[in-house]
Design a protein around this ligand. Structure first.
Ligand SMILES: [Zn+2]
Length: 306
């Protein structure tokens, strides 16, 4: 089966990393009117009729110019302008998060542009959150077509970062047997019926597999043995790289000590199918890696989503 979350990173652009410091080449490409620019005010964007509004380089405002890369003959850019511009026109600028549904729908800015948008979101969030040098407090100045920030006082460069987060489907029982079951949890703040795979951040000095085991134990009291890699999904809101795993439980008793997790349950495939069909179980949406993990274990598509 194909995994819908991969549509968000399918068809990647050529990031042209080696050309980011070639000022003559950057100026020549910027002068080409076919270039496409996503304007981001702080971390907000203007919606267009079918998703995000891209403008030509000639129509782009002044700001921090970010080279996203090339796809075919077209060069793709982002320009980051101060967040105050969005505050002055709150109706025209929306949080990028609210426009994500357009990325997986196949309409407008469908799956094809998602890697460009995620690249732009990640850099805009990074610029927004990194105003001052973490070593000396000096002012940070962009370079390398928006992919580096360098301190004007001490010269130390900063690079964009991605924080590894693990997301995992834990199963118990004999693989493929009718009573094999998987563990899903729900957050205290979610609407009724919503359940998802467990997830959490990897800590310093910790392997990804150990992060899976620790998070599951902390959130549900379930002990996990074997852990195998499934796939990954960038999630730049603000800077996560979601690393998906399948894990096998070696204990099944659930104990809820973590305040974040309100409930956790084991579901057989039959229970999952019935409850998803009647709406008592609401699973994550199609472009999330969580959905892909669940459907991979289930063995096919399931009805309903957030
Ligand atoms: Zn500094």
């Amino acid at each position: 089966m194909t995994f819908p979350h991969l549509s968000l990173v399918a068809d990647p652009h050529d990031r042209l990393g080696l050309l980011r410091t070639d000022e003559a080449w950057l100026a020549e490409r910027w002068a080409d009117p076919t270039g496409q620019v996503l304007v981001i005010a702080g971390t907000r964007v203007r919606p267009g009729p079918d998703g995000l509004e891209w403008v030509s380089t000639a129509d782009a405002p002044d700001g921090v110019r970010v080279l996203l890369g090339a796809r075919g003959e077209v060069t793709w850019w982002a320009v980051i302008v101060p967040g105050e511009i969005a505050k002055a026109e709150p109706d025209r600028w929306l949080p990028l998060r609210g426009l994500l549904p357009f990325l997986g729908s196949g309409a407008g800015d469908g799956p094809g542009l998602a890697p460009l948008v995620f690249h732009a979101i990640g850099l805009a969030e990074w610029h927004w959150a990194h105003r001052f040098c973490p070593r000396c407090g000096g002012t940070l100045v962009p370079r390398a077509a928006g992919h580096e920030l360098v301190c004007a006082d001490c010269g130390k460069p900063q690079f964009p970062r991605s924080d590894p987060a693990v997301i995992m489907l834990i199963a118990a029982g004999e693989p493929g047997a009718p009573d094999e079951r998987c563990l899903l949890g729900r957050n205290r703040s979610w609407p009724e019926g919503r359940f998802s795979t467990l997830a959490g951040f990897c800590e310093p000095g910790e392997s990804l597999e150990d992060a899976v085991r620790r998070e599951v134990l902390e959130e549900t009291g379930v002990a996990v043995g074997d852990v195998t890699y499934f796939g990954n999904q960038p999630w730049p809101l603000p800077s996560s790289l979601m690393l998906g795993f399948h894990g096998r439980a070696v204990s099944e008793q659930i104990r809820l000590d973590d305040d974040e997790v309100e409930d956790a349950r084991w579901f057989t495939r039959e229970e999952m199918r019935q409850q998803a069909a009647d709406g008592t179980l609401v699973l994550p949406g199609g472009v999330s890696i969580s959905r892909s993990l669940v459907e991979d274990w289930y063995g096919g598509p399931l009805p309903g989503s957030w």
